[in-house]
Ligand binder design. Structure first.
Ligand code: SF4
Ligand code: SF4
Length: 225
């Protein structure tokens, strides 16, 4: 899922300085699962902004709403009756796709991103998430024992470790496992170390990651009106 985290409150307050009516919109997708922008987080932030405004004697209304998904036009449409001057700030508490979809559909609105979109990852333990994929467009983890060297090696090395690994940890931090240490250990265990001696020219970054925003079209799902 997409892992995001809330911006510092001071930054969010800066978005609505001089505004009178703000609509704070959460998302029931990834950001609900990673506890960054679901119903509960919307409620907490809205209360915080209201309390702060009250403390500073500022006239501010903050309304709350959580959409099923903000990355889907079907659900963004639900905002139609709430736009057109009803709010002078729309605060999107989705990953950064949400505020872009809202701004595109409602060009007259002032839309602000409340969350910072961080990475694609999973939950390691309660309250801990870690990056596991960089969406390179051509998954090759089967060649690395199910571990991704692109997302999990600080240098995205595809043909073996750098010289900096120590005690199984990455040279950039002793809090991060060296994924190449894990890959080699897994292959040794399986008696398949030979596999790693082959040099792979796996990636052509010009076509798989660079070259502008990527797009997928599934013709069978496209409606031709
Ligand atoms: S190889 Fe790594 S970055 Fe590429 S799709 Fe697979 S997990 Fe993601
Ligand atoms: S120490 Fe390991 S994970 Fe860190 S950059 Fe070197 S090979 Fe990659």
């Amino acid at each position: 899922m997409i892992i995001a985290e809330r911006k510092p409150v001071e930054e969010i307050k800066g978005f609505i300085r001089d505004k009178k009516r703000a609509l704070l919109i959460g998302c029931r997708g990834c950001v609900t699962v990673c506890n960054a922008g679901g119903v509960k987080e919307v409620e907490i932030l809205a209360s915080l902004l209201r309390l702060d405004a009250k403390k500073d004697d500022v006239d501010l209304t903050v309304d709350e709403l959580t959409l099923e998904r903000q990355c889907d036009p079907e659900y963004i449409e639900e905002l139609a009756s709430l736009t057109g001057g009803k709010y002078d700030a729309i605060l999107s508490m989705a990953c950064s796709i949400g505020p872009q979809f809202i701004a595109r559909r409602y060009p007259g609105e002032q839309v602000y991103p409340v969350l910072n979109t961080c990475f694609l990852g999973g939950a390691m333990a309660h309250g801990i998430w870690a990056e596991h994929c960089q969406a390179c467009g051509n998954c090759v983890i089967h060649l690395f024992g199910g571990l991704c060297p692109i997302a999990r090696c600080a240098k995205s090395l595809l043909n073996g470790p750098c010289g900096g690994s120590a005690g199984g940890k990455c040279e950039v931090s002793d809090q991060i496992d060296c994924v190449w240490h894990l890959i080699v250990a897994k292959h040794m265990e399986a008696g398949a170390l030979d596999r790693l001696l082959e040099v792979d020219l796996l990636k052509d970054w010009r076509t798989s990651r660079d070259g502008g925003p990527r797009k997928i079209t599934r013709e069978e799902l496209v409606k031709n009106d």
